[in-house]
Design a protein around this ligand. Sequence first.
Ligand code: SME
Length: 164
Amino acid sequence: MLGRLSPPYQQALETIGRLAAVVESPDEGLQAAVDVLARSFAHYSWVGIYLLEGDTLVLGPWRGPVPTEHTRIPLGVGVCGAAAALRRTEVVPDVSKDARYLECFASTKSEIVVPIVDEREVCGEIDVDSDRLDAFGEADVVFLERVAQLITPLARAALRLIEG
Ligand code: SME
């Protein structure tokens, strides 16, 4: 799978892997991953990680021009809630045409949400908004699913700290 990624994706994946190995806390690792994603790809306008606490997605580290008011999203609600409930990547090429879409930013035109899955259980997700229409292709799906795998131990550890 790694071999099929084009250089910018492969490089970002390797950077996230290296950072994940040296960070001092799960939150720091998740923030580092978000930062690499947001700065590496011009079509990733806003990047955030939600952690699934019980039946609620709670916003963790994020990077973007402005904060979102959707910091807590119930499972099953919005594109984020759908991806977590269905345990599958959701790509929305045009958010204006998806009834599930919860608006965070007026500038968002498309969105991808990739679940972070630990032993078949969703523990969080990566949410990327783009100001471009139809910004996310197969390369983004493959890449972000690899990133999700890579950061699964960090998300699991962050949740353990929250839940005690
Ligand atoms: N648009 C998402 C909500 C999260 S914001 O994009 C940050 C949704 O429809 O679930």
